[in-house]
Design a protein around this ligand. Sequence first.
Ligand code: 0O2
Length: 265
Amino acid sequence: MEIIKWNELLSPYQLAVDELLVKFRHVRKDYAERGTYCPIENVEGRVKSVYSILDKARKKNVSADMITKRLEDIAGIRITCRFVEDIYKVSEYIKSRQDMPVSSEVDYVQSPKESGYRSYHLIIQYTVETAFERKTIPVEIQIRTMAMNFWAVVEHSLQYKYNENIPYDIRDRLSRSAEACLALDNEMASIRTEIMEAHELFQKKANVVQSILNNIRKLYSSGNQEQVLKLQNEFFTIYNSDNIGALQEFNYRLEKLLAENGEQL
Ligand code: 0O2
């Protein structure tokens, strides 16, 4: 067996994680620009450290030359959602993408692990092109709610602390807190529509205010500055009234003025 060049070996995994982070963050941006609720709340990624790879390989009895064939979570993406329903929306979305072919999936949301762990796992076969090669590698995507994530992160660090032999009383409390997380997810699901509407309203307001400010700036540099100052004062009055319809109408007026001035919107 040859010496393992870990940096070279892990480089395509890092590229896969970097590319996938850009893609999922862009999905969030697309939703935000439309002012619609995004089922992805947060996305993070990592390449397993060499120490964790060796540790997992030892536990699973995988020889060094089989590591990249047998360990499918060397590259990992974690997506957190607000609601359980969103987990399934995100997983369906991933399955619909051509660049993320799914090779396996496990639903630990419907069938939690004995530990209480809940999450949706997908393994995708993702193709990267490095400077020297084209390579298809497995990437594990974990999709979970924020409540599930909170529990899993705490439990994971306890497993690490106790070398996977968590004392019975702590395991018992973890089990009860897993139930509390499940209850929280269920409660949140029951008020999902209200939360989504509030989120969308906020996003719509933020977008229209941003557009108004851009339009005022364009009018200021191209037209009658005294008139634009009056418009800015008018904007503040409308803004304080907290009426999205009035803000949209005001923005429409600004766009008309810009069009009359022959400005690009
Ligand atoms: P890390 O440090 O997060 O990477 P398999 O052969 O498929 O049964 P594998 O590969 O362990 O075995 O798959 P599994 O069980 O789906 O676990 C993959 C990852 O899910 C784990 O990676 C954890 O991140 C997470 N996970 C699974 N079970 C638990 C659990 O009971 N508690 C917590 N907190 N996380 C869990 P790693 O390599 O264990 O850890």
